[in-house]
Design a binder for this molecule. Sequence first.
Ligand code: GDP
Length: 424
Amino acid sequence: MVRAIVGANWGDEGKGKITDMLAKGSDIIIRFQGGSNAGHTIINDYGKFALHLLPSGVFYDHTTSVIGNGVALNIPYLVEEIQSLVERGVPKPHVLVSDRAQLLMPYHILFDTYEEARLAGKSFGSTKSGIAPFYSDKYAKIGIQVSELFDDAVIKEKVHRVCETKNILLEHLYHKPLLDEAELLETCRQYRDMVEPYVCDVSSYLHDALKEGKTILLEGQLGSLKDPDHGIYPMVTSSSTLAAYGAIGAGIPPYEIKDIITVVKAYSSAVGAGAFVSEIFGDEADELRRRGGDGGEFGATTGRPRRMGWFDAVASRYGCRIQGATEVAFTVVDVLGYLDEIPVCVGYEIDGKVSKDFPTTVKLEKAKPVLTTLPGWKCDIRKIRKYEDLPKNCRNYIEFIEKEIGVPITMVSNGPGRDDIIMR
Ligand code: GDP
């Protein structure tokens, strides 16, 4: 049985926490897209962790953590992340890396940085982790697959081809130092030795695991609105953030994904540029940012302050639909406990017309929020464990949003810790 845990919004919905929690009853947890460009913050018995590449299920002894073929694999980063967990007392995780995953190389990071500088004010808000250059190379068929590291002739030829094209850009577009073929080949040899203990034919492994009835979690990174096809293109990431892509990025049949837990945040936050209809500014935003998440809404990878906004029912309903949400985990509800009244965006006004449909980006840029206001509950709800024990206004807020998004909210997260959860 496969369940996906994915985001309905712009990312940072709290998927890590939900994954860490559900991993307890699971056997295998898989990352199927993205790379180390976004982080998941997890707070559990071992402490507080910001994971970037490993799935959020690595904290249990009984789980296997898989880096699927769809991931942008930064090998030294992976090895360091495993090492840092062990140093902090977490049992050495059982990690498998797909032999079909491709390598995020140091030059991807360089190209990302150079391109951001070249675009200057017109950039896409990259985290400069090399993700866009990585996926560009993958689809341009000059990416390096893990399996290729183990064949000297193949890797030599690949490195030669990469240097040939990259050096033209480095010389004539960016005016930067060129790549050295011998050095790059040596890097590949080092990467081969580092990754070797983890390499696995992952889709075959998962095929057997499914036959044996194992419980598998797919952990998504970012959210629906950052999907390159269905999100706010071009202010998106470079790999699909949708549960459907889990089948491809892990190598399992799509019909095995039975449950799509879509994580929805009780207010909005986003990093990077792009239309953000329910965005708030000034003191109102500062206060929500300061109180948000666990210790403030700042990027787990970059430390950048996140942009803040009220809950956006238009974007979230669309985000759930495009994920194919079967249930919703509604997170960070506790954070809103300070507000007398809580504004919610229930429509977009575009060229004088109000709509509840999430438009394409060109129209989205023109959208103005249509807000409604719900009464706040004005208390701390963190320790509450039963839905009926929540204040009435808090239940009203949850039930109002459930109606707006049209998917059952089965979990309410009321704190960053593993146990801060209300099952409905
Ligand atoms: P992810 O990328 O979707 O895993 O989200 P992040 O981990 O980047 O961001 C979520 C942040 O919110 C983290 O700092 C979590 O510790 C925190 N968090 C998650 N769920 C809750 C919650 O219900 N309440 C509060 N206060 N914080 C939460």
